[in-house]
Ligand binder design. Structure first.
Ligand SMILES: [Zn+2]
Length: 368
């Protein structure tokens, strides 16, 4: 027994020693990598260059070494160099020679190196601006910085939200600064009060849903199958027949619809629930308005029906396009019956992250 105990003790000691050795070696490696090599000249060549430029040894940094070796050293930025994190990238010299003279501090240059190439390029073409509140967000667009700043001043939103909201144009009046959508056939096409469809657009692949609950309503062929699956799931899981009341609507139909609403309610009210012609998502053939066939009258879905729809539509590539708590973003009042096809991947993210299509496109599709 005693022998075994001693042996155990011996193994334990060896084990502890190995761990200690590992810790010491690791520590030394980290020290060398992060501290030593960055605070002392590594070669006599650099030492010589530093002497020639009258730079004291304690000013050494990897960035200083870089500017000396690349012949872009400027003594007025000597103190900045030591605080700029060296980056092994092709445009590092350009970043230094562009942004130091524009008045950016070393701290700000460290921010700038985290921006997209596109943003760096845009920033290089304008006078100094303070980007500290925005640089960390991937959807930050340098060209919109003035709009971000004034939207932040005028509202009670975080910088993160300000960026998204300005990117989707919420700081601009609706139906004024509008853009024609580039590809109306794209499954992720965004049609709203800032984006309209090309003149006379009509999808070339309109199809009809077969069966008793198809209702002879045309929609893009690509959404027929997913919608049939959604219908079948609703029937099986909650015993409800969701029938499409309208899906694709052409320009002229939308014009009549909208004008009738304006005639009875006025423009301001009509704009909250009906799209102007050319600005309706229904014209894409990717949206469907639903009705529970068991309900008569003007109510389309019960709260329970909507509960199921809002939690399950994404399984078939659909989203609730105008949710209750997002009216400030979509520009439309809550519609529990209007679903929009965006494909499985986008629908899942939009559902899980509680986004609107506008936010999804800004955060996941647009490159800044
Ligand atoms: Zn609708």
């Amino acid at each position: 027994m005693a022998k075994r105990k001693r042996m155990k003790k011996g193994i334990k000691t060896i084990f502890v020693l190995i761990i200690l050795i590992c810790l010491i070696t690791g520590g030394l490696l980290i020290y060398n990598n992060y501290f030593k090599s960055d605070t002392e000249p590594v070669s006599s060549e650099i030492e010589k260059l530093m002497q020639e430029a009258n730079i004291s040894k304690d000013k050494y940094s990897k960035t200083l070494e870089f500017v000396l070796l690349n012949n872009i050293y400027d003594e007025s930025y000597l103190d900045e160099y030591s605080d700029i994190e060296f980056q092994d990238r092709d445009d590092f010299a350009t970043i230094l020679t562009t942004f130091l003279p524009l008045g950016y501090s070393s701290k700000e240059i460290n921010y700038i190196t985290k921006l997209s190439e596109n943003n760096i390029d845009k920033l290089s073409k304008i006078d100094y601006v303070d980007i500290s509140n925005y640089y960390e967000f991937s959807n930050f667009d340098v060209n919109k910085i003035d709009r971000y700043n004034s939207y932040y001043e005028d509202n009670d939103y975080s910088y993160k939200d300000v960026i998204t909201y300005v990117n989707i144009n919420l700081d601009l009046p609706v139906y004024t600064d509008t853009t024609e959508v580039a590809d109306p056939n794209d499954l992720l096409v965004l049609v709203n009060k800032y984006h309209y469809l090309p003149d006379g657009y009509k999808p070339s692949d309109l199809a009809y849903l077969p069966g008793a609950y198809g209702n002879n309503v045309p929609m893009r062929e690509v959404i027929v199958e997913p919608f049939k699956e959604l219908q079948a799931a609703a029937k099986e899981e909650i015993g409800v027949n969701f029938m499409p009341t309208t899906a694709f609507r052409d320009y002229n139909f939308q014009r009549t619809l909208y004008n009738n609403y304006v005639a009875s309610d006025g423009v301001t009210a009509a704009d909250t629930y009906s799209a102007r012609p050319g600005y309706s998502e229904h014209q894409t053939g990717l949206s469907i308005d639903l009705k529970n066939t068991a309900i008569s009258g003007s109510t389309r879905l019960t709260d329970e029906n909507y509960e199921w729809l809002s939690n399950n539509a994404y399984r078939f590539g659909f989203i609730i396009r105008f949710p209750e708590d997002k009216t400030n973003i979509t520009g439309y009042q809550f519609e529990n019956w209007h679903i929009r096809y965006v494909g499985l991947d986008a629908a899942k993210i939009i559902y899980e992250e509680d986004l609107t299509l506008e936010e999804y496109i800004d955060l996941y599709v647009t490159e800044y």
